[in-house]
Design a protein around this ligand. Structure first.
Ligand SMILES: N[C@@H](CCC(=O)N[C@@H](CS)C(=O)NCC(=O)O)C(=O)O
Length: 213
């Protein structure tokens, strides 16, 4: 079948980022399962799709991509007039685009490395029969608290991280937050009033609910 294909795993945070963007745009797609526990992502044919051996990879007709955040940006631009607008309302204004780009960078380099480590320790290690390292959790929670303090201040000024509308910046946070809400780390989100409201808002979206099914 031609059209959109996602090569990934329905439980993977990065795969879910792409699925979210597709659901927000109401696009039809096929999720081709890549079995991480069998190491399928480290072998051909997957390595031809992403030589770094990480899910997801993506195909839209002849176009082949990898890196979840590059894929979501492609989807947001390519399917601009469809479903939810995932870009700033005035995204052709370079200043407005740059505000969202800051949010994308902060998520990728400040928030996600810490949040994903917390999800690994408290959620994914259980799947593999490994034990949570409580010292690592404490250390990473201290780092996450600092990032969330910055978010709290930002969200006192704006409804969403890049302004008054939901954008890719917010979307990129959703999958790992959904996992962390099922762990004691949840308290870091709930004890900050504006962060708490933002989390409730972005996780109750229909697309956010769909990736949990
Ligand atoms: N920066 C990449 C990260 C991809 C990534 O780390 N994927 C994880 C699953 S969420 C993976 O493939 N892990 C298996 C491995 O690294 O062996 C992206 O956003 O696509």
């Amino acid at each position: 079948m031609a059209g959109i294909k996602v090569f990934g795993n329905a439980a993977s945070i990065s795969t879910r980022r792409v699925l979210l963007a597709l659901h927000e745009k109401n696009l039809d797609f096929e999720l081709v399962n890549v079995e991480l526990k069998d190491g399928e992502h480290k072998k051909e044919p997957f390595l031809s799709r992403n030589p770094f051996g990480k899910v997801p990879a993506f195909e839209d007709g002849d176009l082949k991509l990898f890196e979840s955040r590059a894929i979501t940006q492609y989807i947001a631009h390519r399917y601009e007039g469809q479903g939810t607008n995932l870009l700033p309302a005035d995204y052709k204004n370079p200043a407005h685009y740059a505000i969202m780009a800051i949010g994308l960078e902060v998520e990728a380099h400040q928030f996600d490395p810490v949040a994903s480590k917390l999800a690994w320790e408290q959620v994914f290690k259980n799947f593999y029969g490994l034990t949570t390292d409580k010292a690592v959790v404490a250390e990473e929670e201290a780092k996450l608290a600092k990032v969330l303090d910055v978010y709290e201040a930002r969200l006192k000024e704006f409804k969403y991280l890049a302004g008054e509308t939901f954008t890719l910046t917010d979307l990129h946070h959703i999958p790992v937050i959904q996992y962390l809400l099922g762990t004691p780390t949840k308290k870091l989100f709930t004890e900050r009033p504006r962060v708490n409201e933002w989390v409730a808002e972005i996780t109750k979206r229909p697309a956010s609910q769909k990736i949990l099914q």
